[in-house]
Write a protein of this length. Structure first.
Ligand code: HEC
Length: 489
């Protein structure tokens, strides 16, 4: 589902503007093409948005709302704005296109000549990349109550593969999109997750047991997610007999629901030429960054940076925060002094978390410093604040807690051997950074003696009820989280 580049639209949008005020802006000639390119991917039957914007009737009765949401840049949903690197599938409207909406609405919403209408845009129905090579589904549905706190639950779905395969892309389809807030997918080559599942009477299992979290993340889903293959030459190895573990975060909807998700897997016959890594800054979604928002605080910020020890090509980025997230930015400071805004999200919206892919890979030499700033708004005035009057908010898993970080996806440069050595160097440096973050921000001074014992430090941070004692559940959570979030060997 490719979207044409903004430049193409300037061409489309300008004629009406340069013809001057006398030229009437019409739906058929000027607005329908814009709606088709920027809106109907969601605003059509089965597209995920609450109403269609395909016809003149659809659009004209909502004209003033349309104008409001495009001027506010609330629609189309696209939050990475003002970065230096062009992104695939950029949905932003150009200022001239917003002007065109304004001219149409203020000029009386003319329909124009239906023969000017563009041909209807064709969409792939069903799986975004066509029929997957393998479709697997949760064996049973999981029942959810009408309300209560958020639920994290893991589900094990066997692949049934009889030989190793190389995964290029994965699509997750929630059975009940109303309650699935987001889902992460891991590949698990051992029977640990299965055992945990067997020990739990209901479908799936709750907390990840300490040793069942060694799996590698292969994908995820959030509302508005698009399915994209990895760049050429990259793939995930899926061992024979592996399971896919779905870690689902449920946000209850007010009525009882049941969830049974489906996963589509796309394979390639070519083994991966290269390894890639997600460099998450700050590490562990900011668990060690001292996230502590005061009630009513309008701007709370954290900063973290990491220096690349080896040259890499970056191919994409992903940001994560919860409701009160305000802005996230990652800047690369190159050794030359040049600085590149890799990802800039000035107005975060938790509902529209994209997996951003650069249109071209970005070379970052060794010595490049990746700087990340995350800010939150915990004021009563913020319409995104889920708790008003505001309360103190700290780091945590639930969406009412906060988190914040940006992942940069990178492939070390050089031939296979050099790249593979570089990957080890990168992993070592990242671990050191993680330990540094943990020691710097989290540990009480009396615990600093165990510097180097990374897991122990992480566990210290997970004493969520602050009773000075780490309960069994807290320990499991901490360990699982730490393992998942560290770059794997
Ligand atoms: C990626 C999917 C997507 C795209 C693309 C998209 N929308 Fe939406 N739109 C939604 C969803 C989902 C909602 C309902 C939830 C919400 O309001 O956030 C919505 C809501 C709206 C609303 C109602 C807002 C309100 O306050 O009631 C309008 C009007 C709208 N969209 C117009 C547009 C226009 C115009 C475009 C193109 C310029 C567009 N949308 C592109 C998904 C999309």
């Amino acid at each position: 589902m490719r979207i044409s580049s903004p430049a193409f639209f300037v061409g489309l949008a300008f004629p009406a503007l340069v013809w001057g005020a006398d030229t009437e802006v019409t739906f058929s000639r000027d607005i329908a093409p814009l709606l088709q390119q920027r809106c109907v991917e969601c605003h059509r039957d089965g597209g995920g948005a609450p109403f269609s914007l395909e016809s003149y009737r659809d659009a004209s009765r909502r004209a003033s709302t349309i104008l409001r949401v495009v001027e506010d840049r609330y629609m189309p949903p696209w939050h990475a704005i003002g970065g230096d690197i062009p992104l695939e599938g950029d949905r932003q409207l150009m200022p001239a296109q917003i002007e065109l909406f304004r001219a149409w609405v203020e000029g009386g919403k003319a329909e124009g000549d239906p023969s000017d209408l563009p041909a209807p845009r064709q969409f792939v129905e069903g799986w975004q990349l066509g029929e997957p090579d393998l479709v697997i589904k949760m064996a049973e549905a999981y029942s959810l109550p009408a309300d209560g706190p958020d639920i994290y639950r893991n589900f094990v779905v066997p692949t049934g593969l009889t030989q190793e395969r190389f995964l290029r892309a994965v699509e997750f389809r929630p059975g009940s999109a109303e309650v699935v807030h987001h889902a992460l997918l891991f590949v698990e080559g051992t029977d640990k997750a299965r055992k945990a599942d067997a020990e739990d009477e209901e479908p799936g299992f709750g907390e990840m047991p300490i040793d069942a979290a060694g799996g590698r993340q292969i994908g995820g889903w959030v509302p508005g997610a698009r399915t994209r293959p990895l760049p050429e030459g990259l793939s995930h190895r899926i061992p024979a007999g592996a399971d896919i573990v779905i870690q689902t975060h449920f946000h209850l909807s007010g009525k009882p629901e049941s969830e049974q998700s489906t996963i589509g897997l796309y394979f390639t016959d070519e083994p991966p030429e290269r390894e890639f890594a997600a460099i998450q800054i700050p590490p562990l979604f900011g668990a060690f960054s001292g996230i502590d928002l005061k009630p009513g605080e309008e701007r709370a910020e954290i900063h973290d940076s990491f220096e690349l020890p080896v040259p890499v090509h970056a191919f994409g980025a992903h940001a994560h925060a919860h409701y009160r997230g305000k802005s996230l930015r990652m800047v690369a400071k190159l050794p030359s002094g040049e600085s590149l805004k890799l990802l800039n999200i000035p107005d975060w919206d938790m509902n529209w978390q994209e997996d951003y892919r650069f249109t071209e890979q970005v070379f970052l030499p060794a010595g490049t410093r990746l700087e990340v700033d995350v800010a939150w708004d915990n004021s009563a005035e913020s319409t995104d604040n889920p708790v008003v009057p505001p309360v103190r908010v700290r780091w945590g898993f639930e969406s009412l807690d906060e988190m914040g970080s940006i992942d940069l996806f990178v492939v070390p440069t050089g031939d296979q051997k050099i790249a593979s050595n570089s990957m080890k160097t990168l992993q070592r440096a990242y671990r050191q950074h993680l330990v540094w973050c943990a020691g710097e921000h989290v540990l009480r001074p009396d615990k600093l003696a165990i510097f180097g014992d990374l897991r122990r430090k992480a566990i210290e941070r997970f004493d969520r009820n602050e009773d000075g004692f780490l309960g069994f559940e807290e320990r499991k959570t901490a360990s699982a989280f730490l393992k998942r979030s560290t770059i794997k060997d």
